[in-house]
Write a protein of this length. Structure first.
Length: 340
């Protein structure tokens, strides 16, 4: 995984260095994230998935690969080699497209904000993992080990998500064959099913880029939080609340780790897991800080997180913050952070 991550980082840096003559003037992060770029590249992701599936289906039909009555080992070997090559090419092109999109955002964010934080290798590595859907490292820090437990519902959802392309194509092939049985076009149903691969590639690409945007906004928000509220953050009950929230996060997160690291530099701490998971941690913490910290997670919450969110009784504010994070509305985020 580290080799793939390093390749992703080098790709982003290479694309970034070649974009000096491709700058479009955006007035804000919101305008950048709402631009046509994501739509344009999502369509391209669909074409990649669809276009690379068509030749595979052509070989499948031409060589009659799935004729069980008279199997041909030579034909099957050709099919498998073609499958491996095309799948590799598909992933390479989709990953490259995603990494190029991140480089595009990074270059324009530099011009919008005038800071170099977006180009730091640690941050670029995080975005590289997000685009290629690589797992986060399990870095044990502050007495938190995210591998101690994994919610069964999250594991199940992840497993189902990974099977999405296979399941969708099987269903689409079956449905189209049934619909085209009487029309004489049944032989072309496999080609129609290739739309399933294109659609899933487009959906996955769109979701990974939106998730990357979310992480970018989370980073800028946390930097502003550290800059303006470090005294509040360094209070014992607030540190414990952040630690408790991070414990329930289910995986290592660069942004929260950065937040805790900056707090530790300002006010060193060493709390046991029992102390920050005690029953009064949430009640004693700054409630607006809790709302903000819980909004930093875009994906599905696990059972423990849902229970805490329900107890806070401020779902609307969390939704508003998540909307602002998803759409690049840094002004709204700053306004909320000022109330902490």
């Amino acid at each position: 995984m580290k080799i793939i991550e390093s390749w992703g980082v080098s790709k982003i840096e290479r694309y970034y260095s070649k974009m000096d003559n491709q700058i479009v003037k955006y007035d804000s992060i919101y305008e950048l994230f709402q631009s046509h770029i994501l739509t344009k590249y999502t369509i391209l992701a669909f074409l990649i998935g669809f276009g690379l599936t068509v030749p595979l289906i052509f070989i499948e039909l031409r060589l009659d690969i799935f004729n069980i009555s008279t199997p041909n080992v030579y034909h099957i070997l050709i099919y498998l080699i073609t499958l491996v090559v095309l799948v590799f090419l598909e992933f390479y092109l989709l990953f490259s497209l995603g990494l190029y999109t991140i480089a595009y955002y990074a270059r324009h964010l530099y011009y919008i904000r005038g800071d170099m934080h977006i180009t730091q290798k640690e941050f670029i590595a995080m975005l590289s993992r997000t685009v290629m859907e690589l797992p986060e490292d399990n870095i044990i820090r502050y007495n938190i080990n995210h591998n101690e437990y994994r919610d069964k519902d999250i594991i199940l959802i992840t497993f189902i998500y990974k099977l999405k392309v296979i399941v969708s194509n099987i269903l689409l092939k079956f449905i189209t064959k049934q619909l085209l049985t009487r029309s004489g076009l049944r032989v072309y149903s496999a080609y129609i099913a290739s739309i399933g691969t294109g659609l899933w590639d487009a959906i996955t690409f769109y979701k990974t880029i939106k998730h990357s945007q979310y992480k970018i906004m989370a980073r800028y928000s946390i930097l502003y939080l550290i800059e303006t509220k470090i005294d509040t953050l360094s209070q014992s009950h607030n540190i414990k609340a952040i630690l408790a929230r991070y414990y329930h996060y289910n995986e290592y997160n660069n942004n929260i780790d950065l937040l805790l690291g900056k707090i530790f530099e300002y006010h060193p701490f060493d709390y046991t897991k029992e102390s920050f998971l005690s029953g009064d941690t949430i009640d004693n913490a700054n409630q607006n800080l809790l709302i903000f910290i819980f909004s930093l997670k875009e994906k599905l919450h696990n059972k423990r997180e849902k229970k805490i969110i329900k107890a806070l009784c401020r779902d609307k504010e969390i939704k508003s913050l998540r909307y602002a994070l998803a759409n690049g509305d840094l002004d709204y985020l700053k306004e909320f952070i000022d109330t902490i």
